[in-house]
Design a binder for this molecule. Structure first.
Ligand SMILES: [Zn+2]
Ligand SMILES: [Zn+2]
Length: 494
């Protein structure tokens, strides 16, 4: 491309999580010319992912190795596997600046406080990483920035910038374009890539007109769903309704373990539409058992229509007015469960309740949150009731084990462990992911960037098999770049 290359301004990328077959704990350290910043500092989730090969608890590992001279932390989005270890830095008395889009900052506040609360109530003192006070300290050093704007990064006058490029996935989520003007190298960190079209946050096709066309030299890409084909919005909407209806027909009810951020609101919007067009009867009670989800719904309302996609599903002709945009969360016959005691009582009364209800309970993987009350309580002892998973289940979580056992029992393999066996029916509805899925979508997204000069591809945030498939596909499509699937702490230099 004839751009000047210089040996000055060498740079390195070292990943401390979200690589080597792990999908959680994302954290990448970039160093160049004495400047140092992190892209993401996420929590490791699930018992298997959290333990290192040597058995250490990864979330408890000291960050001093990362911290020495760290200038900033750049957060791609508010999901815990990308942001929830940030307060540990401040708990350990480090004081870098943390940058994220304004929407990401708005959602990080309730999510990080909730993470502190979970640690306080469920972890042994020695296992706690930070508390609410540390979250408060963190937010004195958090700066919300505009998307699609170059922001200086590193030390003063470092000649380096980052730009947040909205990419769908969840509200505020961005890919990060890092420009290093010292050696004229550009690195694109995809973060978690959203889908082409999405409800609530919009899909990447809503933002792609603004994607810069600077030549990308290094691409760091996630591979979570590379082996999965996308599911049409209409198909998943239908499957949700069919499942709810068939469970009702059998005399039971459904509980949906949901992530309190995005998934809960996505289902609320779907139920809202179902009530409007008669697919969900108005006398059916909708129960939301997650204080966090309600707090987060308020953040959506406060951010307002300008942050919410006016679209619903894939219909290009369907646009919501500003008023409709906000009222999408206003459900008829809604009951919110406030306390833990009320939740336990609700589990007992809903186990055999004789009327139609839909329960959305916090904790998408069944490990934490109010969903635990139903999964381990009376509700799931009734074979007429159903658990409907829509979220990705990290290996080793309660939800993942439950689905595994269900699969084994259907295939008549008596391998499943008794403690995770449930009397209720178990469903997994595919396609509810907010990650880009399969090669076609992935390379469509990549096609929105200038990859003519691409020299290095770093693949992470996915199972080994997904990373392998993605590497093969880059080669098959004729990319000449060097492809790396790094392990944790492996330094890549440019
Ligand atoms: Zn994410
Ligand atoms: Zn992620």
């Amino acid at each position: 491309m004839g751009r000047p290359e210089s040996s000055k301004g060498k740079m390195s990328i070292i990943s401390y999580g979200g690589v080597g077959g792990l999908v959680t704990g994302s954290s990448h350290l970039i160093e160049s010319k004495g400047s140092k910043f992190l892209i993401d500092l996420g929590m490791f989730q699930g018992r298997r992912e959290e333990r290192s090969e040597r058995g250490e608890r990864r979330n408890l590992t000291s960050l001093s190795e990362i911290e020495r001279g760290l200038n900033q932390v750049v957060i791609t989005h508010a999901h815990c596997d990308h942001s929830a270890r940030v307060p540990k830095l401040y708990a350990d008395d480090f004081r870098p600046e943390t940058l994220a889009t304004e929407a990401t900052v708005a959602f990080m506040w309730p999510l990080l406080n909730n993470s502190a609360d979970i640690q306080q109530s469920q972890y042994a003192p020695g296992d706690r990483i930070y508390n609410r006070h540390d979250v408060e300290t963190t937010f004195r050093h958090v700066r919300g920035v505009k998307s699609f704007k170059e922001i200086p990064i590193g030390q003063k006058n470092s000649n380096m910038t980052v730009e947040f490029l909205l990419n769908g996935h969840v509200e505020g989520s961005s890919s990060i374009l890092f420009r290093n003007y010292n050696n004229n190298k550009n690195v694109l960190f995809t973060g978690d890539m959203g889908k082409p079209v999405q409800s609530l946050c919009g899909g990447y096709t809503d933002f792609m007109d603004k994607y810069p066309q600077d030549p990308i030299d290094v691409l760091m890409i996630e591979s979570t769903n590379f082996e999965k084909e996308p599911v049409l919005f209409e198909d998943k909407r239908r499957e949700i309704l069919d499942t709810i209806q068939s469970v009702w027909a059998g005399g039971g009810n459904s509980v949906f373990p949901v992530l309190s951020f995005h998934r809960c609101q996505e289902l609320m919007e779907m139920i809202h539409n179902g009530q409007k067009n008669g697919n969900i009867p108005v006398d059916c009670e909708i129960i939301i058992d997650s204080p966090l989800a309600m707090e987060i719904t308020d953040v959506y309302k406060k951010l307002g229509p300008k942050y919410l996609s006016p679209r619903y599903g894939n219909d290009p002709n369907f646009y919501k007015t500003d008023e409709e945009s906000i009222s999408r969360f206003d459900l008829k016959n809604l009951r919110v469960i406030n306390s833990h005691e009320e939740s336990v009582y609700n589990d007992a009364t809903m186990a055999k309740c004789g009327k139609k209800v839909i329960i959305l309970a916090g904790g998408g993987m069944g490990d934490h949150g109010r969903s635990v009350n139903y999964l381990k309580g009376d509700f799931c002892k009734n074979p007429k009731n159903a658990v409907v998973y829509t979220c990705y289940q990290v290996e080793g979580t309660y939800g993942a084990n439950m689905l595994y056992n269900e699969k084994c029992s259907k295939e008549n393999k008596e391998k499943y462990s008794k403690d995770k066996k449930t009397g209720a029916q178990v469903y997994k509805i595919e396609g509810f992911t907010s990650h880009i899925s399969g090669p076609e979508e992935t390379f469509d997204f990549l096609g929105r960037f200038n990859l003519e000069n691409l020299k290095t591809v770093i693949i992470g945030h996915g199972k080994e098999s997904a990373g392998e498939k993605m590497a093969e596909e880059f080669i098959r499509r004729g990319y000449q770049a060097k492809i790396i699937r790094p392990g944790i702490r492996q330094s890549i230099e440019f």
